[in-house]
Design a binder for this molecule. Structure first.
Ligand SMILES: Nc1ncnc2c1ncn2[C@@H]1O[C@H](COP(=O)(O)OP(=O)(O)OP(=O)(O)O)[C@@H](O)[C@H]1O
Length: 378
């Protein structure tokens, strides 16, 4: 593989065209400004802004139909935006066709040629560009070594596993030495175990090459585990763009909190009590250690509590145990707080859960609760 950060730098176009767009990130990268797309009379991507720094891996995460793939296709040039611009390493590529953009895409179904060997599949984009034979061979062999497929040079796609086919598709993208690598649901055709291994491989290769990468996924686990930053999309817009830990700890909307990780959404009233806080849930006053809500006194606060922040045992208000669900290394306990209130789920250490029986009453408090007003972090 001849792609190195230096080679990529050498290929970079001078950022002379970005003056009117404002400054690009100092080290290049991908910038989307006001990218908009209407399809079938519906706004699918809504004036979207996104900056991916050079060498960064970003996931576009969101439910089906939120516009992730449409956004990716506009970056690759398969779809023209109705408005807005796409800039790569300082060069405005909005009006360039896909083959003239410094991007390469890995498609969800891999799109391998069944009648060609692994070698020829990977060599295909270089043949189209009439790359001299010795260079072609050297680059294809290097990239196949990078993805660990040298032993399958001559195999046809049908003769190798799904995970290996995925790596051929990745190799075919990488051999083009793109400045931006685009992957559309790259792991969705693999079984759960393989998915974890392949996503770690992709992350490792991406970091080794320092290649700017955008991955489309609806799998929050995948997004949190491989990304430098995650853009959570909803209805054609980005609701939050943040590092995985921040996204999980401080979701800015109830939508993000519900989509990234499990959460309890509780309606109640937060009140100061004895230097701390309590949350009144259906008449039960649950102690809350940490909350973002400084102002108090409204009935319509929505409070979000992660199941691991629901503490069972010790000090707290009594809650009725409705269900106990073993989840392996921890146990999920479904609790009823107060009358008429919704059930709350807690994650409890599997050993501690042995003492929790259905129908019994246990003390409950919240370690951390985030308050939202009209769906937005207060
Ligand atoms: N050519 C088209 N004409 C009309 N509507 C379209 C067209 N292409 C896509 N759409 C619609 O745009 C919406 C967003 O599609 P997109 O593929 O970007 O979503 P997504 O977030 O990637 O979802 P998924 O994970 O299901 O692929 C969908 O409702 C889809 O039906």
């Amino acid at each position: 593989m001849t792609t190195t950060p230096d080679a990529a730098t050498a290929r970079r176009t001078e950022p002379s065209t970005v003056t009117e767009l404002g400054p690009a990130p100092a080290d290049g990268g991908l910038v989307l400004r006001g990218v908009h797309k209407v399809l079938g009379g519906r706004t699918i991507v809504d004036a979207l802004d996104l900056t991916v720094a050079k060498g960064e891996l970003v996931c576009l995460l969101g439910p089906s139909g939120c516009g992730k793939t449409t956004t990716l296709r506009m970056v690759a040039g398969f779809l023209d935006p109705d408005a807005g611009s796409v800039t790569i390493d300082g060069q405005d590529v909005t009006s360039l066709p896909p083959e003239r953009r410094p991007t390469a895409m890995v498609f969800q179904n891999y799109a391998l040629w069944p009648h060609m060997s692994v070698f020829d599949n990977v060599a295909f984009p270089l043949k189209l560009r009439k790359t001299p034979k010795p260079e072609l061979r050297q680059r294809v062999e290097a990239v196949l070594e990078l993805v660990g497929l040298t032993h399958h040079l001559k195999s046809r796609p049908a003769r190798i596993s799904g995970g290996e086919q995925q790596r051929v598709a990745l190799a075919r993208a990488l051999v083009q030495e793109p400045q931006v690598l685009l992957l559309d649901e790259p792991l969705s055709n693999l079984d759960a175990k393989l998915r974890v291994r392949v996503r770690e491989d992709i992350r490792e290769i991406q970091q080794r090459l320092g290649i700017t990468t955008v991955i489309v996924t609806h799998d929050q686990d995948e997004a949190l585990s491989v990304s430098d930053r995650v853009a959570v999309m909803n209805g054609g817009r980005i609701e939050q763009y943040a590092a995985p830990s921040e996204l999980y700890r401080s979701p800015v909307t109830t939508f993000v909190g519900g989509f990234v990780g499990a959460t309890n959404t509780v309606s109640g009233r937060l009140e100061p009590a004895g230097g701390g806080w309590v949350l009144d849930v259906g008449g039960s006053r649950v102690p809350v250690a940490t909350t973002n809500l400084a102002a108090v006194g409204r009935d319509d606060d929505t409070v979000s509590v992660r199941p691991e922040d629901v503490v069972v045992g010790g000090d707290g208000v009594p809650a009725a145990v409705e269900r106990v669900i073993p989840r392996g290394h921890f146990t999920e306990v479904v609790l009823r707080l107060g009358s008429g209130a919704e059930a709350v789920r807690a994650y409890v250490d599997a050993d501690a859960a042995l003492a929790v029986g259905v129908g019994s009453s246990v003390p409950v408090r919240f370690r951390r609760a985030l308050a939202y007003r009209d769906g937005v972090l207060a």
